[in-house]
Design a protein. Sequence first.
Length: 667
Amino acid sequence: MTTLLENHNGWHAGERAVHTLLKVPTSERKNPTAAGLPLPYANRVTTSPLVAIGTLDDEGRPWTSIWGGERGFARTVTQGILGVQSLVDKINDPVLQALVGRAVEGELVKPEDGKVISALSIDLERRDRVKLAGKMVVGTVTERPGNNITGEAQLAMHVQESLGNCPKYLNKKTIRAHVPSPQHVSSSLPLPPEALALIQEADMFFLSSTNGQTMDTNHRGGSAGFVRVVSNSADGVTLVYPEYSGNRLYQTLGNLHINPLVGIAIPDYTTSDILYLTGSSQLLIGPAAASVLPHTNLAVKITVHAARFIRDGLPFRGTPGEPSPYNPPVRRLATETLSLPSAPPATASPIGTLILTRRDLLTPSIARLTFLFRPSRGDGQRPLVVGRQWWRPGQHVTLSFAAELDQGYSHMRDSDPQSLNDDFVRTFTISSPPPLPLIIPSERENKSEEKEKEKEVQLELTVRRRGAATGLLFAQHLGPTHPPLEIEVLAVGGGEEEERFLIPLAGGGKGGASLLGGETGTEGEKDSGKKAVFVAGGIGITPLLAQAPGVLAASSSASEAALEVLWSLRGEDLPLAVDSFERIPGLGDVTKVFVTGDVKGVDDTVLARLRALVARVDVRRMGREDVLGARDSLRGTKYFACASPGMLKSILTWLEDEDVAFENFEY
């Protein structure tokens, strides 16, 4: 067997190729993989309660399984030889089947040249893991009395390479031994509902790959749901997951670059259920990754070729502990309707710059920010803008804060773990209406003063402070003695889903577009006779702020209100409502405000101003009857909802039979 340590500083061709694609300087360091099983690694393996094992079946397909349940089940037999003894599922475990085949009770299986095998010893309680690669020397399995499904496997592995891995993305769990009672649920595609539910709740999985000479088994972890199901039908099963910032060895991805086949095991620590998958992978880099998982620069898409879902198939269970502080927020698919419009990748060319000129603190955590928008000039003359206007009311702007916040690569950053997987690209709803349609500079070549003036367009964002980017906007010093904060604009506007969120005007068109010279779409014409009901939670009102003036003006002559707003706010956020109603005349007349949380600390003058501006104020939670009670059965109703994921889930349940467009501000 040729080891990885014999050429090219220990890197094989696949790893070098991935390093080149991701611009990692391979030549500056050696592969840290150690030959054999050094004593420090051996000691760590002996005290770990689990091991994930990978091998190839007779068709050359990788599979992964997980054995163990208590400390000491794996131990060194002699130098370089690791012995493993574990309860196993004799019938359904694909790794066991590949290693011992149809061996009879107690028969010793000794492959002539050894069978290629890899393993990951893992201690989730201590956040420790050691990778192992080598060959199976001998293996056997025996039956448990009175049980022809569960057996005991014994395996001797010649460890030829080993490597200790870092604790990042390891979600703590306390492991205890468990006697399984395996029940086969499914071996066919598409995946059954139980398997889909397991994937949705999984915060880790194990995967095995091969470069043709050795194998590699490792762990991937994140927040529950970080693995997304792209498709699950008779036409195919596809999954995708983001590759987070790691040690930049890319041993798994290097293998997949050479041989895309991969074997995956997804455990449920609470129930001992296990989903075995084998299939082929595709590496997604840069724009290819962001187009599938927004805010992702590196991802792996997996096409599943075969699967086994086994209920209670694992010899252990686990009690959840502290999640890894390095876990980023779940990155949902660009096609998932609960996501904001897909943001351009961080490598996209900026179309302009926002310069922060003013900050109005409306509440301790919410501010209205005023920017100067200076578009880039692609040909030295014409600014790069979208269509005939700068933006449409209710559209988004996508900004890159990387120049200000990106600190470059770091393997670990315990003081700020979330920053390691952040592309610093953020999407905000523009809360101010657009200026008049653009005047093309080339049409006014002799009017330099007007050319300079039309470069400067004001844009407002109403944002809540909740992370690095908004923290920067709140903390930035303003004034002539400080350099201005300039943020790159990657995009303005969105796709079809965002178009659906534009409120139709009473006279046709959407969200004030007809007032500003925009085109009237067929969707706007179809919905223009319906009553619009906007349901908002907290800062979710922002998509309405730029649209409301045009919508209210277009419906001012209507005999019945064409717009009704239901807005739920916490007591401390009421100044945002007062500010919105004072700035947009008539908005309060069509709005019902629901105040939640602690209202004892709310200034009486704020409540008094609010009650004078708004149609109705209730100090309680918004309910199903409030939302459905806004329907207009004669004209029809189009609902628009924007809220936090939890509130939005309730709203959509109430509106399951209604015409509704929705967004959330999860990311």
